[in-house]
Design a protein around this ligand. Structure first.
Ligand SMILES: [Zn+2]
Length: 298
């Protein structure tokens, strides 16, 4: 069985040794529970590569036969280069894959390094842990921003969170600055900008109690997700969509399915389904490892 190291680089570096789509032992975290949450944000790219090198070495635990290393990074990733990383801007334009591969060689680890988008790692992890490696898996993560991951990996760009879902000129709350985007309606940050006087929790609570403005927003929020999902179905075909992230608590599945039904009418495209799943770091780490292993085997 091939040994693969999976890494997720976000606020923390989370690392695991993966064998046959399962973790060999507990995940490693840097910084650990007692550490500074902003340690990575303030670190230059070289420092982050140094942390990755150390964490991969510790996860490998002396094994010299690591087949691949996969690193999931939030942002737009192409050919091992992070082209856009809103949370870790110092990584923009950095050839992090090459740098880490070089650094690992000094540790005696000669495995190829693959850099992928962390939402795609999540989709690959869902596919691997649910036994769906032969299917198309898509996942929306509803958090501060809106993530969109898909499996299997292919070349290209899919910034699904920035899917245009409205032509309303006033819709410009997206973190990227673009007009009419899904994230500009659904993202936690965007909701706080829209309702300056209410937290998103209060908005959905008020909608439940019959507040007209909040009720309208709840509909818009669900229509936006239905619209982006319908666009994905029309471009890539039907299949299974997963929903994760801390704001899945606002999802009204019946409302979402009703809007989706209104938006997807061609009968060959109607074999889609939506399901809420738990967002585990373990799933993302396994996904990063599985993606890297596929990239090497291909
Ligand atoms: Zn956007």
């Amino acid at each position: 069985m091939a040994k693969v190291v999976g890494v997720i680089l976000s606020e923390r570096v989370v690392t695991g040794l993966v064998v046959d789509h399962k973790l060999e032992r507990e995940l490693r975290y840097f910084p650990d529970e007692s550490g500074d949450d902003y340690a990575l944000v303030e670190m230059p790219a070289e420092g982050i590569v140094g942390v990755l090198r150390e964490q991969v070495k510790l996860a490998a635990d002396g094994a010299q036969d690591i087949a691949a290393v996969g690193v999931g990074v939030p942002g737009l990733v192409r050919n091992g280069v992070v082209e856009e990383a809103p949370n870790l801007p110092q990584l923009k334009g950095v050839r992090i894959g090459e740098m880490l591969q070089q650094a690992l060689r000094d540790e005696g680890i000669t495995a190829p390094v693959t850099i992928i988008n962390d939402a795609d790692a999540f989709a690959a992890g869902i596919a691997a842990t649910t036994g769906k490696l032969d299917a198309v898996v898509r996942v929306w993560t509803l958090g501060v921003g809106i993530g969109y991951g898909r499996y299997p990996a292919t070349d290209g760009v899919w910034e699904g969170g920035h899917t245009v879902v409205t032509l309303d000129e006033k819709e410009n709350y997206c973190g990227c600055g673009g007009r009419g985007h899904l994230e500009g309606i659904m993202g936690h940050r965007a909701m706080r900008l829209r309702f300056l006087d209410m937290e998103p929790e209060e908005v959905f609570e008020a909608a439940k109690k019959g507040d007209a403005r909040c009720g309208e927003f709840k509909k818009l929020w669900h229509k936006a997700l239905a619209a982006a999902t319908a666009s994905s179905i029309h471009l890539r075909g039907p299949g299974k969509f997963y929903l994760a992230g801390f704001n899945v608590r606002f999802v009204d599945m019946a409302m979402l399915n009703e809007y989706l039904h209104q938006m997807v009418k061609m009968s060959p495209l109607q074999s889609y389904s939506m399901e809420i799943c738990t967002d585990l770091q373990e799933t993302r780490v396994i996904g990063a490892a599985v993606s890297a292993h596929h990239a090497v085997a291909a």
